[in-house]
Design a protein around this ligand. Sequence first.
Ligand SMILES: C[S@@+](CC[C@H](N)C(=O)[O-])C[C@H]1O[C@@H](n2cnc3c(N)ncnc32)[C@H](O)[C@@H]1O
Length: 451
Amino acid sequence: MVNPSILPIMKRTKHPIIVNEDLDMHQFGQHLRAIRIGCGLTQAAVSKQLNVSKGYISRLEGGKARPSESAVRRLAEACGTDPGSLLILAGYLPGDIRDIFRQYPTKAPAVLRETFRDNGYETEERTGIAAAVAEPHAVFQANEATYDLVQGDCFEWMERHQADSIHAIVTDPPYGLKEYTDIEKSKLRRGRGGVWRIPPAIGGCVRRPLPRFTVLNNDDKQELAEFFRKWGERAFAVLVPGGHVFIATNPLLSQLIYTALLESGFEKRGEIIRLVQTLRGGDRPKNAHDEFKDVTVMPRSCWEPWGLFRKPCEGRVQDNLRKWKTGGLRRVGLDQPFCDVIRSSPTRSIEREIAPHPSLKPQGFMREIVRAALPLGEGIVLDPFMGGGSTVAAALAVGYTSIGIENDPQFFAMAKEAIPRLAALVPNGQPKERSSRISRGTASTQPTLFD
Ligand SMILES: C[S@@+](CC[C@H](N)C(=O)[O-])C[C@H]1O[C@@H](n2cnc3c(N)ncnc32)[C@H](O)[C@@H]1O
């Protein structure tokens, strides 16, 4: 982010100037890596174009070196992208941006604050509970990442898949059972009826359809519990000892899912609270709004629970970490453990445009939990209910190998296109669209490598 306090020290020059010499370069490294992968280049190819060593590119992507301004420009050119975002993340303020600040010293910072504060997953002010939650700027390790996309039924896939081979599962399943049946999906796609409802537009914004969980009766709930018991058994088999499951739920149904997972052999390791304002709840009694003006039927939900479970470790955690690379969670930083309350915004419109799935989760939040899921940054993350691909994209962005499974052909095609583009997004920024070389996740059960 541009810090307006540096403005007074700016000199008049057409060239970018250094705005922060002590900048942590990890965000730059992560962004560079996402751009490079997004345009289908290897580190070796970029190093050749710049006539530098591959090790130097690797150090840049690992946030361990700071490039000169001209090196940033050459990197951007090699990746066919505008240098603006790379310059800013490397601590250089592009000349045209600097001119805007000079011309509008009051208005420009005000417009930036108005536009971005609280709008993405980076905010300047943190108050109350948000001040104590996990730091949103996890240091993303820049490894080469690969991903594999499978179109099919995750139950069948997990049954076939080798036992003890997946290191973490991060997923957002269909809770309602009904909402992702063919008939309900066709109603959703027609924009009418079914369990999908369109919440009222607020402030002129078009809202996304939400599934109506309250339509579940007791039989549906029993069926749901059975669904998760079967799912839990299969998840338990494919995970290595000490492997974690992060599973999105909602406050009305989480107990059913948690019980089913405990019955499948998992240990409950806590709950991640995604602090997010939703439109659920807070209504007055139906058809009696005027009579009971002061009554709310249920609280307006301001959080989303994600169950955190673990397959028991083999021996001590340290033994398990050595043998299976699992058992714990990855720290945010040396001084900061992973915390269980994460402030989050609803999914940004830029992400929803890339992947218009009705349940798309935001990259800011997904990258934090996916990163935490592999304590040593090694192994494979699985999302058996991939949807629009937010988990796989987050894994790609943080440099983890992942597998996504989706049984709906339309959602599968959407995810395939969306994953590299979601992975290339930066907090509060949007990269240039790149060539078709970005879509290299194949629709097969074969490993999908970038190179
Ligand atoms: C709640 S959505 C996941 C959305 C995802 N978190 C995202 O950010 O886009 C659940 C997805 O699981 C898919 N699904 C449902 N049953 C499945 C199954 N048995 N195997 C694979 N995918 C399934 C649905 O089609 C739906 O896209």
